[in-house]
Design a protein around this ligand. Structure first.
Ligand code: HEC
Length: 108
């Protein structure tokens, strides 16, 4: 019974969530790590996700570390996903859309 409830809750959560697979890279995308990713992560994430110095062991201080975790980053922070950063303040909708586009393009 408990397991069934958990499965139902997971289905609801998954249904309301945009994932990396839902996005395609627009052919004219101009976002790069230098022009967008670096500044975004340094501003919004790295004070917690900076490895040893942050709240989380998960580190987003290099483009490689971001690429290797891009599915989890997407479902937590990109497009309409709002789980990260925790709390009411965070990136603007426009920045969350830019993050979605940049990750969909493979975080170039
Ligand atoms: C106030 C501190 C804080 C900020 C800012 C923050 N995070 Fe987190 N984040 C955490 C903590 C704490 C956890 C839970 C521990 C863990 O999984 O490492 C976490 C977990 C995560 C996870 C793993 C959860 C999962 O379901 O896979 C991802 C991905 C993530 N954060 C992405 C981000 C992104 C992207 C940003 C910036 C837009 C961000 N976080 C900003 C504190 C923060």
């Amino acid at each position: 019974m408990k397991a069934r409830l958990l499965l139902a809750l997971m289905a609801v959560a998954a249904g309301g969530c945009t994932t990396l697979d839902d996005r395609t890279c627009p052919p004219d995308s101009k976002l790069t790590y230098e022009s967008f990713g670096k500044g975004f992560f340094e501003r919004e994430c790295v004070w917690c996700h900076g490895g040893a110095k942050g709240q989380s062991a998960r580190s987003f201080t290099t483009v490689e570390s971001i690429r290797s975790q891009k599915e989890r980053i997407f479902v937590n922070a990109a497009a309409d996903n709002r789980a990260m950063p925790p709390g009411p303040d965070g990136p603007s909708d426009a920045d969350r859309q830019r993050l979605a586009e940049w990750l969909a393009c493979g975080a170039p």
